[in-house]
Design a binder for this molecule. Structure first.
Ligand code: GFB
Length: 368
């Protein structure tokens, strides 16, 4: 095999679907998939979108998470390390093949275009900007249908290995994540290998110590932006929506979807908050909730919540500036947490807390 490389080959993908919560779900699945295929996972950067920018930004994997703990589970390398140190030997430009399930049409291409079938892996945003980050171009496409990614319920991994041996396919580079959304039940526990980088551990600890009153705090996630209002309209015609299996169960063991799970009225939010705080006071009198930390993509309801909770001696806080990652890191450490069952952003927090045995609840759940 190649100098210094993994003789079993590598696997990577573009986190080209959704924002962070979606990408995190996909990451856990891709990690399990790489392990099942026994290929080193090349850790892709996270893809971010800023308002007013036409091209996605790629943020190095290790800006947010440590690389080392992942190695307890499986072999990984950052995309930067792979591209700068190994790609010339292992994945020369002439051998860069993009993998997709079946032909993907180009945005510009007519359906009856004489062009050869292609993954068009770099077509559009974030596809192009993602691979451009490391100057990756593809010379050919490979359609892997009917293979799939569910390595937990079949011998799919062996089929992949037989069809794509590492000697002929040193790197499987997928157009999108080789994983399902939402994350498969079996892969939720891999969250324990995803540990915040020093920078986020420090920043979250500092905020909790310096900005919140001493004592226990309740973290809440209010997902209420306009994109969410629109997404919630799909509740009525779905069994599941986004991360909803996290509270309803993957087979709806704990019930069917209903609108309040997606979005509660302000009054209902305040009622549930007061109820939760009183419950904790009764059941854990030594560890009373002293404050509430609010994370939100839009309306933090700071005024309303302060008014509603001040008589209970509770103050309400948020970050001074929008930071989705710091919000997550803080929510992960709260003594109690109320999240949105349908949001994959909330799901990230819930999985992390499960790893530590911290309690989590959901807005509007169980159904009243
Ligand atoms: O993470 P995400 O896929 O979760 O997308 P959902 C929501 C994004 O909104 C996050 C921002 O990545 C953040 O950038 N955001 C959400 C927040 N909550 C907070 C918060 O508490 N604090 C901060 N600072 N930012 C769904 C997607 O989003 O939204 C679907 O799963 C779809 O693909 C739908 O796009 C409309 O699962 O909540």
């Amino acid at each position: 095999a190649q100098l210094g490389g993994d003789p079993n080959g590598y696997l990577t993908y573009c986190p080209c679907m959704g924002r962070f919560g979606n990408q995190a779900d996909h990451f856990l699945g891709s990690l399990a998939f790489a392990k099942a295929l026994n290929r080193t996972l090349i850790l892709p950067p996270w893809v971010e979108y800023r308002r007013g920018e036409l091209r996605s930004r790629q943020v190095p994997f290790n800006t947010y998470f440590e690389v080392e703990p992942l190695k307890e589970y499986h072999r990984v390398i950052t995309m930067a390390d792979f591209m700068w140190h190994l790609a010339d030997d292992i994945w020369p430009e002439s051998e860069r093949v993009s993998f997709c399930y079946k032909e993907r049409y180009s945005l510009k291409q007519e359906k009856n275009d004489p062009d050869k079938p292609n993954c068009h892996a770099k077509d559009g945003n974030p596809f192009g900007p993602f691979w451009d980050t490391f100057h990756i171009d593809f010379v050919r496409s490979e359609f892997y249908a009917p293979l799939h990614f569910d390595v937990h319920h079949s011998n799919e991994a062996a089929k992949w290995q037989a069809k794509y041996p590492a000697e002929s396919y040193p790197v499987l580079a997928f157009t999108g994540a080789p994983a399902s959304f939402p994350v498969q039940l079996e892969n939720c526990k891999l969250q324990r290998y995803l540990q915040w980088s020093q920078r986020y551990r420090d920043a979250s600890k500092d905020f909790i110590r310096e900005q919140l009153p001493r004592g226990a705090f309740l973290g809440i996630h209010l997902r209420n932006g306009i994109d969410w209002v629109r997404a919630c309209e799909h509740v009525k015609d779905s069994q599941h929506l986004f991360a909803s299996p996290q509270c309803l169960g993957y087979k709806n063991e704990r019930g069917a979807l209903y609108p309040e799970l997606c979005m509660l009225s302000k009054e209902a939010i305040i009622r549930q908050l007061k109820r939760t705080i009183k419950n904790v006071r009764q059941t854990q009198p030594d560890n009373e909730i002293k404050s509430v930390f609010v994370a939100s993509d839009s309306n933090h309801m700071i005024g309303e919540l302060n008014t509603a909770l001040s008589r209970m001696g509770i103050s309400v806080h948020k970050l001074p500036e929008d930071d989705p990652y710091l919000d997550l890191a803080i929510l992960g450490q709260s003594n109690h947490f109320i999240g949105n069952c349908i949001s994959s952003y909330s799901a990230f927090v819930k999985r992390e807390r499960d790893v530590h045995g911290f309690p989590s609840y959901f807005w509007g759940f169980p159904k009243e």
